[in-house]
Ligand binder design. Structure first.
Ligand SMILES: Cc1cc2nc3c(=O)[nH]c(=O)nc-3n(C[C@H](O)[C@H](O)[C@H](O)COP(=O)(O)O)c2cc1C
Length: 390
């Protein structure tokens, strides 16, 4: 089974991931992984950290002469900022000599993590709970995208809203997913239509002036996915559940919908389902895709569509107030800080692409076998023909 573990603190020496179950004979270029890492770092409204760090992957195992070996792949991304943190993040020494973080920030893991793991210095919590961790998720996602692209599966994302500023569904209905993606790649906010950036940037600038932060909604999709990934047979084999879990696991994501999601609840049955059609060229198909490509916990061959809601960044500017309590003195304090990101919705969308890529790559390998990618690809090709002839 394809799986990965990642490790590393936000200001530690490096972030790492070990990927196991990735097949042999896949051509890997570090440039492709670095391209994805750069996409995660973009987006209007990000803070200073993104300017310090230009993430670059180093592959430490599992690849030789540009070809995967079928053995575990170790990925490492160094934290460039580490040189300024060797003291505070030292492996050995006395923590009492260092400035501790005793003030838990609302909206973060700080307080509960401190209580749970038994620390008063909340840096021990926030270093790992930070979304910096998603860097290696994106590196692993890039490996998965390489597999998926080789069998024609395309994954992408775009942003639909930042705070109350929205792109209306009717504005993108007639635009293909590829075009929405291409537009998003040329937008500082990953917007699926061109010419809207300035409006959104002004809105974000206003939030910054007010000392506010903003959340938003993005959509992530996968095209050309074979029919029948996932299964209805058990609760934990249903692919819609796996996709929702993977996206929900991203920091600050508070809601995930598949297809029309919550809106389906408002429709009568005759308008909520996707009717089935057949043609010799296409085989079975639907003209609508309200269920986002998943029925009975399985892919039905239509695009997979998931939408996610991100809460506003919890760190606010100094002149806005969020009340909290010091863990030692029990005195109240104002948790607002000098600065962090104002919004990170475009970056979260890129992380969600990576999680979707990982879940789909794992399902592909589960259905078509592991070990040697050349053989796996042949099986996928044969299966696709069988689906057409069904
Ligand atoms: C890409 C990305 C960047 C983020 N940047 C920040 C940030 O700069 N400052 C901050 O306070 N929270 C930031 N967050 C949000 C926190 O990581 C998140 O709110 C926190 O982990 C608690 O959310 P949870 O309860 O959903 O885990 C970011 C999240 C993501 C996905």
């Amino acid at each position: 089974m394809l799986r990965f573990l990642n490790a590393g603190e936000s200001h530690g020496p490096a972030l790492t991931a070990i990927v196991e179950g990735y097949p042999s004979n896949v051509k890997i270029k570090t440039d492709r992984i670095n391209k994805e890492l750069a996409r995660r770092q973009k987006g209007y409204g990000r803070g200073g950290r993104m300017k310090i760090e230009k993430d670059v992957v180093e592959i430490l195992s599992g690849v030789r002469f540009g070809i995967t070996l079928g053995s575990p792949i170790t990925l490492m991304v160094r934290n460039k900022d580490w040189e300024n943190w060797t003291d505070i993040m030292a492996i050995e020494g006395d923590p009492m000599n260092k400035k501790q973080i005793l003030e838990p920030r609302p909206g973060h893991a700080d307080l509960t993590g401190g209580i749970k793991y038994g620390f008063y210095d909340l840096r021990n919590v926030l270093e790992r709970a930070s979304a910096r961790e998603t860097t290696t998720r994106v590196a692993v996602g890039a490996l998965c995208k390489i597999l998926l692209e080789d069998i024609g599966i395309k994954i992408g994302s775009y942003v639909l809203s930042i705070g109350e500023k929205k792109i209306d569904k009717s504005e993108i209905e007639s635009i293909s997913y590829e075009d929405r993606f291409n537009n998003a790649e040329n937008s500082e906010l990953r917007l699926p239509i061109l010419g809207k950036d300035e409006e959104f940037k002004e809105y974000i600038d206003k939030a910054k002036e007010d000392g506010e932060s903003l959340g938003g909604i993005f959509e992530v999709y996968a095209l050309n996915v074979p029919v029948g990934l996932g299964s209805y047979s058990q609760w934990d084999t249903r692919l819609d559940g796996k996709i929702a879990q993977a996206i929900m696991s991203i920091q600050a994501i508070k809601g995930v919908e598949i297809g029309e999601g919550f809106n389906l609840a408002y429709l009568p049955g005759s308008q909520a389902h996707d009717e089935i059609f057949y043609s010799k060229e296409r085989g079975f198909y639907r003209k609508t895709n309200r269920v986002g490509g998943l029925e009975g916990g399985m892919t039905n061959g239509e695009p997979i569509i998931a939408r996610a809601a991100m809460k506003p960044i919890p760190t606010l500017m100094r002149h806005k107030s969020l009340q909290s309590v010091n863990v030692i003195t029990k005195e109240p304090f104002d948790a607002a800080k000098e600065r962090s990101d104002i919004t990170a919705v475009p970056a979260a969308a890129v992380v969600a692409e990576s999680m979707l890529a990982f879940v789909l790559a794992r399902e592909i390998l589960e259905k078509f076998g592991s070990d040697n990618w050349i053989q796996i690809k042949e099986r996928i090709e044969k299966y696709r023909q069988e689906v057409l002839n069904y």
